[in-house]
Design a binder for this molecule. Structure first.
Ligand SMILES: Nc1ncnc2c1ncn2[C@@H]1O[C@H](COP(=O)(O)OP(=O)(O)OP(=O)(O)O)[C@@H](O)[C@H]1O
Ligand SMILES: Cc1ncsc1CCO
Ligand SMILES: [Mg+2]
Length: 281
């Protein structure tokens, strides 16, 4: 089954529509993810006041929520209110369950946010397995707690696929699991992405910014599976192009030139370099 919306068309839609993406982002990722969104073709706004959560969500085209740093009462209220507003207004929203599995508090808050029905969840393999556990979702052929080392994964994306499928079915959402091969599933289809560089795991907030890019693409495409596929390809192909540059010697220079390549990637180059497969489950 091919995708309904081609990633090469969606990158043009993103740049033409330049959607406003509201981000409740962790402190580490705020600057980088705002730059990723701007370079890719969206308009970011980093907002965290509970007093603005409802109003700002209403003027945005999509919302991205990341639980990475400040899981304190004020931030939690802002996340809950923004997520509920997005859901009630029919706007797409993305959850990044950073570090799910690390503490009981984090698990509880991630499970609470899942009840606000995200359109997409993007996490690493350990986070997705831990999220299934936190939500008490029955995982067919799985059952591992996920492991994880703080905010980093200790598992591969394939290991987390049963948890991803169970979450997608239970919450009727798209689950994106990043790793050496990225897996995106809505519970009945899986998309495998073979672009992207391992050095991204040495750049903090690479995954966090990818989650905000998923929100941006959801604003311009009503199929979340297709939107997230385009977001991953845009980000991972920009990383592939970055790795080929002679001036790039490690995570520091990769981080800087990644922004340039997100900006410069053409629709034709995206189509040419895309390595993805669509499988029915
Ligand atoms: N082993 C790997 N080989 C190649 N690319 C990888 C590998 N692991 C992750 N990636 C890529 O790195 C990017 C970030 O994914 P990662 O799994 O590191 O997210 P994360 O752990 O949530 O990151 P962070 O919490 O730092 O924001 C994705 O584009 C993914 O494709
Ligand atoms: C390092 C770190 N700590 C909390 S959030 C974050 C960014 C990567 O997830
Ligand atoms: Mg992460």
């Amino acid at each position: 089954m091919p995708l309904l919306h081609q990633p090469a068309e969606l990158i043009n839609s993103l740049r033409e529509q330049n959607p406003l993406v509201m981000c409740i982002q962790n402190y580490v990722a705020m600057d980088f993810s705002a730059n990723v969104l701007l370079a890719a073709g969206a308009s970011p706004a980093m907002v965290n006041a509970v007093e603005e959560a409802e109003g700002f969500t209403k003027i945005s085209s999509a919302l991205s929520i990341n639980v990475g740093t400040a899981l304190t009462p004020h931030w939690i209220k802002a996340m809950e209110l923004a997520a509920s507003t997005a859901h009630d207004c029919g706007k797409p929203w993305v959850l990044d369950p950073v570090g799910c599995g690390a503490t009981a508090h984090r698990n509880e808050q991630c499970a609470m946010l899942m009840e606000r029905r995200p359109t997409v969840v993007r996490g690493n393999a350990s986070e997705i397995m831990a999220l299934a556990n936190a939500c008490k979702v029955e995982v067919v052929g799985g059952g591992s707690a996920g492991g994880g080392k703080g905010v980093d994964s200790t598992a591969g994306s394939e290991e987390a696929l049963p948890a991803g499928i169970a979450l997608a079915k239970r919450f009727k959402c798209v689950i994106a699991i990043s790793g050496a091969v990225d897996i995106i599933t809505d519970g009945s289809t899986k998309v495998l992405i073979r672009n992207g560089q391992e050095i991204l795991t040495k750049i903090t907030a690479a995954g966090c910014s990818l989650s905000t890019l998923c929100a941006a693409y959801c604003a311009v495409c009503n199929s979340a599976l297709d939107a997230v596929t385009a977001a991953f390809l845009h980000f991972c192909i920009a990383s592939d192009m970055t790795a080929e540059m002679v001036e790039v010697k490690g995570p520091g220079t990769h981080r800087v030139h990644l922004i340039d390549n997100l900006y410069n990637l053409s629709s034709a180059a995206l189509a040419d370099r895309a390595k993805f497969e669509v499988h029915e489950l």
